[in-house]
Design a binder for this molecule. Structure first.
Ligand code: C5P
Length: 215
């Protein structure tokens, strides 16, 4: 039986791109591989899937609704518009914490001896916004940490109020083809063996499917 049959799943994946000017920006090393693998795993489990993705080099998964997003603000807007039609939200994107407040509408010119100053301002937390909605879908978060993984991940699960949080070590996960993850839920910690992102995605889907309310 398909474990996510009849469920509608919304995911974010990849990095965001925060413009500095029309040709430059601030981004990060997220490849999008984990989010795309999860989108395919949800589809294969029978879900109707919407993937909202920052810029990646990956092929679009077949039979998945695909929405391209650039900045955190545009990803946030796309998620808030799509979320009412979904039962599950999985936030995998590495959303930039800050954007450039003084981005330039014109390409910045180099002026020798006068480096421009970028001012940063906080981006909305997409996962926390969705989890706080009155009729929030079942929310899954990710935590990529470089140190004290489980302590930070547990704190993040409580702060963002998500029933399921997937923790991984950033230096192992970013850009890699495989991943070693720990699932955190109300029952505690569930470490999974190191496996490729397709296998990890299937394992996350299996765990998630078991947590969804019966309809
Ligand atoms: O707080 P931190 O960025 O480490 O939390 C990571 C989790 O929150 C991931 O699930 C990520 O997709 C989500 N997130 C988000 N919007 C942000 C920052 C993080 O949805 N602005």
């Amino acid at each position: 039986a398909k474990t996510l049959a009849g469920r509608r799943v919304l995911l974010t994946a990849g990095p965001t791109f925060e413009p500095i000017d029309p040709v430059r920006g601030i981004t990060n090393l997220s490849s999008g591989k984990m989010g795309y693998a999860l989108a395919r795993a949800c589809r294969d489990a029978g879900a109707e899937v919407t993937l909202i993705s920052g810029p990646t080099a990956l092929p679009r998964p077949a039979e998945v609704h695909f929405i391209a997003a650039g900045s955190a603000l545009s990803m946030h807007a796309a998620v808030m518009e799509a979320v009412p039609h979904h039962d599950v939200f999985i936030a995998v994107a590495a959303v930039a914490d800050y954007r450039v407040a003084n981005a330039s509408a014109e390409k910045l010119k180099k002026t020798p001896g006068q480096a421009p100053t970028l001012t940063l301002t906080e981006n909305p937390d997409i996962l926390a916004s969705v989890a706080a909605l009155p009729s929030a879908p079942f929310c899954v978060g990710f935590a990529a940490e470089s140190h004290n993984l489980l302590a930070h991940a547990q704190a993040k699960r409580e702060r963002k109020r998500v029933p399921l949080l997937v923790a991984n070590l950033a230096q192992h996960a970013m850009g890699a083809d495989d991943n070693e993850i720990v699932l955190l839920d109300d029952h505690g910690q569930h470490p999974l063996p190191r496996m490729d992102k397709t296998g990890a995605a299937r394992a996350i889907v299996a765990h998630l499917a078991g947590m969804l309310p019966i309809r």
